[in-house]
Design a protein around this ligand. Structure first.
Ligand SMILES: *Cc1c(COP(=O)(O)O)cnc(C)c1O
Length: 388
């Protein structure tokens, strides 16, 4: 992109960031470079690429783009969100302690609770990260990392990134934020003082439910370099085809997020007034407990919402059976609307007791609101909620 005096807006940078025009041919979309090795002109000299696990031009293009959108110095693309998570944990020495939300993504909860304590000697405190006091009380001398994920899944609770990052920094603790639900269009944690952003690009960044990928974005060059070395060693890189699909997805990210937010807000308002709905969890509703914080911290409230239906598990099942536009499926963030039942789907790995205390009951339904015409989505909910 030509240099201008003014930094372009996010919607423009989604399309142009990373200077992805191929200098050799002028192709406006970068070629998919499949080669894993690169000819060296002479011994001891290379042209910037040596071996595909370390770097690949197609992967570099999407990494430059996401680093720009998140305001980071460097982004690294991974084969999945979990590969990114597994690699960022490699920053920690054995015996380190970390703090994570009790209501985080199920896969994150699993690697932190079942795998790394055994394989790497990590100790983990799961706390309510919406409560700064709870984070502070959990900090010990061995604490090295604070994991945040906001909005949370499935209740869309909001953690205060600026305050939590400042608290962590005072204790020499680095802050990592899973920014999957918000995307850089709605929330940029590095600007709030956090150190590293993690993404499951499988969701909104890809946006079409057809590619699995993940990212880490580092605020400083030093962290970026450490993460790059760790990724090269652990090897969980995104392949060139997947990198291309994520780059392609990001081109429309700003436009898609605008529609996801508008549709979700409309559905949340509708559900909040429906007699068969007990409670709606959406940060864009004025009565959401963290609405003010969300308004301050985010540039939109996102495309995810959850609600409690009158009549418990039976009513939830009947609702899901009657949906026609929404598809019953795991995952989120694609152009199509999806409905899920956290108790047996996304949050089935969570012990039942903990699930209940986290507020994930048998009457809770989760919607990933897509970008279809809002009237069709409203009609689908109305039909599925109508008395049998
Ligand atoms: C899906 C998801 C992940 C895991 O990402 P994968 O790409 O499935 O490995 C992590 N965090 C959140 C919030 C997610 O939704």
């Amino acid at each position: 992109m030509a240099k201008t005096s003014r930094k372009p807006a996010l919607a423009t940078r989604c399309i142009h960031a990373g200077d992805t025009v191929d200098p050799a041919t002028g192709a406006v979309m970068p070629p998919i470079h499949t080669s894993v090795t690169y000819a060296q002109p002479e011994l001891g000299r290379d042209l910037g690429y040596v071996y595909g696990r370390a770097s690949n031009p197609t992967r570099d293009a999407v990494e430059r783009c996401l680093a720009d959108l998140e305001g980071g110095t460097r982004a690294l693309a991974f084969a999945s969100g979990m590969a990114a998570t597994a690699t960022v944990l490699e920053l920690l020495d054995a015996g380190s302690h970390l703090i994570a939300p009790f209501d985080g993504y199920g896969g994150t909860y699993r690697i932190l609770s079942e795998v790394r304590p055994r394989s790497a000697g990590l100790a983990v405190s799961f706390v309510d990260c919406c409560d700064l006091g709870a984070i502070e009380r959990a900090i010990r001398p061995a604490t090295k990392l604070l994991w945040l994920e906001t909005p949370t899944n499935p209740l869309l609770r909001i953690q205060d990134l600026r305050a939590a990052a400042a608290l962590a920094r005072r204790h020499g603790v680095i802050t990592v934020v899973d920014n999957t639900f918000a995307t850089p269009i709605l929330q940029r944690p590095l600007e709030q003082g956090c150190d590293i952003v993690m993404h499951s690009a499988t969701k909104y960044l890809g946006g079409h439910s057809d590619v699995l990928a993940g990212f880490l974005v580092a605020g400083t060059a030093e962290l970026g370099e450490r993460l790059h070395l760790l990724r090269s060693m652990a090897g969980g890189v995104a392949g060139p085809f997947d990198s291309y699909l994520i780059l392609r997805g990001i081109k429309t990210l700003a436009l898609r997020m605008e529609r996801h937010c508008a549709n979700a807000q409309a559905l949340a308002g509708y559900l909040a007034g429906h007699p068969r709905v007990r409670r709606v969890h959406y940060p864009g509703l004025a009565d959401h407990p963290h609405h003010a914080l969300a308004s301050r911290q985010m540039d939109g409230y996102g495309g995810m919402l959850a609600f409690e239906i009158e009549g418990g598990a039976g009513a939830a099942r009947a609702f899901l059976d009657r949906l026609e536009v929404f598809t019953l499926a795991e995952s989120l963030g694609g152009v199509e609307s999806l409905a899920g039942y956290p108790a047996t789907m996304s949050h089935s790995a969570m012990p039942a007791e903990q699930r209940r205390s986290a507020g994930i009951g048998d009457d809770l339904l989760r919607l990933s609101v897509g970008i279809e015409d809002p009237d069709d989505l409203l009609a689908d909910l109305a039909r599925a909620l109508a008395p049998a």
